[in-house]
Design a protein around this ligand. Sequence first.
Ligand SMILES: [Zn+2]
Length: 259
Amino acid sequence: MDSGPHGKAAKLTIRPICVGRLLEMPQPAITYMSGWGRVHTGAMIMFVIEGGDSPVVVDTGTLDPEWTRKHHGYKLERAPEEEAERALRRAGIDPGDVGTVINTHLHWDHCSNNSMFGNATFYIQSREVTYAASPLPIHRAAFEKKRGIQPPWLAVWDRIETVDGDCEIAPGLSVVSLPGHTPGSQGVLVDTGSARYLLAGDCIDTYENWEGNDSTPHIPSGSHTDLFEYYRSFEKIERLGCEVIPSHDLAVVERGEFS
Ligand SMILES: [Zn+2]
């Protein structure tokens, strides 16, 4: 992060860049065992953090609606200007200027545009890379571990820096291990100078997950690899005491900026 003329750290800002919406998702796919009969619209989001030496991107979104339907069975609604590179450039970011990309985990909807960032180093938990290479059958589609295609994270293999646990990436910017949704899920803790935020990845898909209900203080995502780890991650987030930014909530896109 840049220091100002008087040695004062520059302020960081977080902007969500929407690259489409998944329509008609069954609600229990988002809030485990909750919301039967409801459907959900999930925002697909790349987050850009500015104010440091170069822009940082957290998660890189999805490919086109055809790919999404063919390989994942979901209907992706995407305006032409929401195509990932166009959306980024419209927000004033040149992908070539991005020096750091953090993938919260390696599910397809969080890393499909990794190859767009030709000069970036990618920070991913080592447990996640291991699991993505050999997931359980029920999780193979989510990691695009399928015959005939390559998972998108492999395209940047030579620039992946694996991380084990909690780690500072740059001043004001750290990754924190939050396993449960996947073995190597991580969040990104951002100290903007006036507030502390957690980009929670799919540990917290939506505000409804974080707010919980009568039977659980927080609701896990419908997809998970270990619910015991998941609840420990919830407790860790409580201890962090920062404002949580969910990964797939339309309200995050509507807010537009976190600073
Ligand atoms: Zn996920």
